[in-house]
Design a protein around this ligand. Structure first.
Ligand code: PLP
Ligand code: COI
Length: 364
């Protein structure tokens, strides 16, 4: 059911929010996704009624019936985006409309109702505004997690008639714990993440559940992340468990796997494509094979490889491990082009550089 009337939000501030002292202690070293702010946004959906009961209120547990559909059939989607503190005391977000759009694409794939993009953006705006004191200073940011799940109490397999949309927020530092300049990755050659016709391009929880066994393999091999290959030939590099990937060559050109329905269309990936164009860096969106990656790293034709995403920003990949052996990229650390693109992106996100493409969304 499409929504026509604007959705009104009720606002109910937390009666006993975290003390400034406790908050300051958390913000000194927040880690990633461990600490949460005082509030959350909830909006309910019911068949026949549409979206209703929008509320900004205290962050609290959600009562759930054990027969709630999501607990059985995983009809759930989510997004991830960040709010940054600016030098003049304001707050901005990076391309939240793109997250709203992708959220609705994910909703469509999971047979869920779409949420008006304006409402999605208003929900995150309101949460950032009410929890503004939780945005870390310096290199940190406030990670926003909008999500939606099926909560009809029914065990029949069908799209739910009831949904809950929620936004929570978490002050974050770096996604990776390692202080090394580059991460190591494990190339998974047995387990796949997404098949043609599946849900690979949707940001649904099920994709991440399906990636965990491979992620455990990565940890076992001393790697921070897993790289997935295509499900048909087990040959072409697709993406990491939670990031897209770019390869940088000796002529400064880059390759990134094409969006073919099995990888997530990253907003960071899309932004890098645009920035590369601005910087006159040629990028080919074309399949790139594991064997080629290894050969190009050995010959020196490949200079750098980086992972990119909201949580990871741009993270260089230094070492690649697989059942066929390991190889190192460049000098095993970061590279000049990765650092240049990363600095360019971060400067735009934090309002330190001109926002040429209208990507920065002012919250206040
Ligand atoms: N690929 C996967 C599987 C992800 O989970 C993410 C993170 O959201 C990305 C890619 C990067 O997407 P974005 O740049 O929009 O954060
Ligand atoms: C993100 O970058 O926002 C992600 O969703 C990656 C991971 C934390 C799931």
């Amino acid at each position: 059911m499409s929504q026509t009337l604007p959705i009104e939000f009720a606002e109910q501030p937390h009666p006993s929010p975290t003390t400034p002292e406790k908050r300051a202690a958390i913000l000194r070293d927040p880690g990633f996704g461990r600490a949460f702010t005082d509030h959350m946004v909830t909006i309910r959906y019911s068949e026949g009624k549409g979206w209703h009961s929008a509320k900004v209120g205290p962050r609290e547990a959600i009562p759930m019936d054990p027969a709630s559909a999501v607990l059985h059939y995983s009809q759930e989607i989510f997004e991830g985006l960040k709010a940054y503190r600016t030098a003049n005391g304001g707050a901005v977000m990076f391309r939240p409309e793109e997250n709203a759009r992708r959220f609705n694409k994910s909703a469509e794939r999971l047979a869920m109702p779409s949420l008006p993009e304006k409402t999605f953006v208003e929900a995150v705006d309101r949460l950032v505004a009410i929890d503004r004191d939780w945005i870390p200073e310096g290199e940190g940011s406030l990670y926003l997690r909008p999500f939606m799940f099926a909560n009809e109490v029914f065990l029949g397999v069908k799209p739910s008639s009831e949904y809950l949309f929620i936004v929570i927020a978490s002050p974050v530092g770096s996604y990776f714990k390692s202080k090394d300049s580059a991460v190591s990755v494990w190339v998974e050659q047995e387990l796949t993440r997404a098949a043609p016709g599946g849900t690979g391009a949707a940001k649904c929880g099920g994709n991440y559940a399906a990636s965990l066994m491979a992620q455990m393999d990565a940890y076992k091999h001393g790697c921070e992340q897993v790289v997935f290959l295509d499900a048909v030939e087990r040959r072409w590099i697709e993406e990491l468990g939670g990031m897209n990937i770019f390869f940088v060559f000796d002529d400064s050109s880059m390759v990134t796997p094409p969006l073919g329905g099995t990888i997530l269309p990253g907003i960071t990936r899309a932004s890098i494509l645009t920035l590369a164009k601005d910087m006159k860096i040629a990028v080919r969106e074309e399949p790139y094979a594991l064997d080629q990656w290894r050969a190009d790293a050995a010959s020196g034709r490949l200079r750098e490889t980086f992972a990119c995403g909201t949580a990871a920003v741009l993270t260089p990949i230094g070492t690649v491990k697989s059942r066929d052996g390991d190889f190192v990229i460049g000098n095993g650390g970061s590279g000049a082009q990765t650092e240049k693109l990363k600095a360019t992106l971060i400067d735009i996100q934090r309002c330190r550089a001109k926002d040429m493409h209208g990507w920065v969304h002012k919250v206040f």
